[in-house]
Design a protein around this ligand. Structure first.
Ligand SMILES: NC(=O)C1=CN([C@@H]2O[C@H](COP(=O)(O)OP(=O)(O)OC[C@H]3O[C@@H](n4cnc5c(N)ncnc54)[C@H](OP(=O)(O)O)[C@@H]3O)[C@@H](O)[C@H]2O)C=CC1
Ligand SMILES: O=C(O)C1=N[C@H](C(=O)O)C[C@H](O)C1
Length: 260
């Protein structure tokens, strides 16, 4: 789903190159200029043999799993269509509202869904570490999450930053919504003890960088992940797609896939 996108094109190459996977169909939005064209030629290379389509249900009928890095509205609708078709759904999309997440959870009652704001092993390990460090340190250590992404990214904080924030809040035994501080500007007053701050840098070609800072008196601990190749996320998504084949209905995360 979203074959022409930054992640979509990465996934096409990876699925084609893997001995464990076969690309069954490629979908783009109605009106897209790739529709009706050979996929390989649309990507600027040799003919592939698959034609890009906007027929979602036709594509699902030919597939065991759909990998989806698109937009929240597309992913929410697809979660229900994939569940109805008995097709597993790997969701990499970020920027969901609470209502979107509830709708995806509902689809996960009958469908098999793996959803993660970051599909990399390193970030999911960082999620575990963040929870541990937050649990070990008291609220005298201020938690700030700083993320940097390319200029085209449309959502903030990033899905990864929110995963890290959720982990930090869980480590402290609080709800993220109760402590998140997502926008500081002007005379904000002093920092509230226990707040978890979020900061988003957007520019150039950053692929994705995340720091979780625990700032105390006389010391700072910084947990950092730097993605230097987008293929990292695609590899995680393909791993999730294979894992989902043997999963029972439910909504899973990459922690489940990776056994973390
Ligand atoms: N979980 C993870 O590990 C990662 C998650 N992401 C997330 O994945 C999402 C996509 O990122 P990225 O690839 O950079 O974004 P892009 O904008 O490059 O790709 C999104 C693609 O989805 C297509 N699309 C839009 N609407 C539809 C539709 N109705 N049907 C089919 N395709 C559609 C877009 O087409 P068009 O442009 O023509 O509208 C575009 O090709 C973002 O939410 C991002 O945050 C990204 C990297 C890693
Ligand atoms: O939009 C991106 O590019 C990325 N999005 C994900 C996010 O929102 O965290 C994952 C990765 O950082 C790249």
């Amino acid at each position: 789903m979203g074959a022409s996108g930054r992640m979509g094109q990465m996934l096409v190459r990876l699925v084609d190159d893997s001995a464990e996977t076969t690309l069954a169909a490629v979908v783009e939005r109605a009106g897209h200029d790739w529709l009706g064209r050979d996929l390989g030629q649309a990507m600027g290379g040799a003919a592939h043999g698959l034609v890009v389509t906007d027929d979602v249900d036709g594509a699902l009928a030919q597939s065991d799993v759909v990998i989806d890095f698109t937009t929240p509205a597309v992913s929410v609708a697809l979660a229900h269509r994939a569940a109805a078709a008995g097709v597993a759904h790997v969701i990499g999309t970020t920027g969901f509202s609470d209502e979107d997440l509830a709708a995806i959870a509902q689809a996960g009652q009958t469908g098999r869904i793996v959803r993660a704001g970051n599909m990399s092993l390193g970030v999911n390990l960082l999620v575990k570490l963040t929870r541990q460090v937050a649990a070990a340190l008291g609220t005298e250590y201020d938690i700030e999450i700083v993320e940097a992404h390319h200029r085209h990214k449309v959502d903030a904080p990033s899905g990864t930053a929110l995963m890290l924030g959720e982990a930090a809040a869980a480590g402290r035994g609080v709800a993220l919504d109760a402590v998140a501080d997502r926008a500081r500007d002007g005379i904000t007053g002093a920092r509230a003890q226990g707040a978890i701050g979020f900061h988003a840098i957007r520019g150039g070609d950053y692929i994705g960088e995340h720091d979780v800072i625990f700032a105390g008196e006389g010391e700072r601990i910084v947990l950092r992940h730097v993605a230097s190749d987008r293929a990292l996320f695609a590899r995680g998504a393909v791993r999730a797609a294979i894992w989902a084949q043997s999963a029972a209905p439910g909504e899973y995360s990459m922690l489940d896939v990776l056994g973390l």
